[in-house]
Design a protein around this ligand. Sequence first.
Ligand SMILES: [Zn+2]
Length: 402
Amino acid sequence: MSEKIPSAIENKPPAPLFKEGEVFDAKKRLANLRKKYHGEEGLEHLEEFKEKLNFQELGFSSVEVKLFNLIEAKPEASLDDLNSLIESEVKKYALTKKQTEIIFSIFKGYQEKHQAIKEMTNQHLDEKGEVKGKELFKEFFNKEPRDEVKVLIRPMTINFCPKNLDDYVYLIDDAFLEGREAGDDDRALAKKYAGRRLEGSLLKGFNNLVTIENPFFFDKNIDELSAVLNHEEQHAFNSLKVDVHNVEIDKLLDKINNIEKETGAKIPEELKSFLIKNYQTELFIKDEISAYFKEGLSPKYISKVLLEKNTLYDYGFDYNKPAGGQENEFDEKYVQLVKNAIIAFFDLLKHGYSNEEVQNLLFHEPIGTWPRVTARISGRKKSPEDKKKDEEKYISKVIYHK
Ligand SMILES: [Zn+2]
């Protein structure tokens, strides 16, 4: 079930493609190309443009990998640390001002979160400087835990692993947030989830910063992060990016604005919220695909988890449907979107890019464009037969169809 994905083969560093001091703004360059050249000559320039675009996108993703590694190795890192780490990269890949700003904004978002975690946990240390788990549990969830609680402080998350199942049950579906007793539904859910990230918090500034692990992990002495934490921390890193740059919603709003400006007509609010809901779902499922690949799971397994009939990710059932009263079945467009994205992600891994490189490369692109981006980066255009073969090979047979 959990056959591992291949680890990256070593990438040769590509030769620099940009001149000293050059800034490569892809959008502007493409618009200029289209204005200036036609026919054969245009195609030639387009090839050169694509080569530069690939080079820059991979460079941008490598800058994000460096940022991520910096946070991991030195949680207290400063803006200067980041700057000296990526300065030469910014030049090498001719990053635009906006791209550089995105990197720094992500880092600033991180710093705020890290600071909040530090200030809070510092108030609950014992003489040895270790976090008092039970006390911190009480602070966060306003309830005395029944037994021991292990707390793991990470750069951008706090993880609680209670020993007692009831303490976990109380957290799993926000009973603590609603101030209610946990019930059978919570208990059933707790058995299903190995862990999760809590969106809401009783404390100001701690939304999405707290993760919880099933008591199953309590006695496991592991040096490495558990798969659950790996998964949840990828979500945490992704959410820093979305805070700065929500490609799905930004592109949609651009499109809506353009249509309204060009036609002078107003797009009905109902249609707008329908589109926004769809794009929101695309963002959620993209985030999930990313987190599952971070865990190191196979495309087959991921497609099953996301698309099986009893999926935990049942918001997908509402995709492409009008609001209210629908059956629990996926729209075929949604199934295709998810399948294609999983295969696209895996294609880049197979092509030799590291998990982190692919994470960063694809997350800044809307999920619907992943197959195109992957084809451009890998230089491999697939025939319809290739596509079918890949689906046979990499997509689970138990996914849910009408
Ligand atoms: Zn997840």
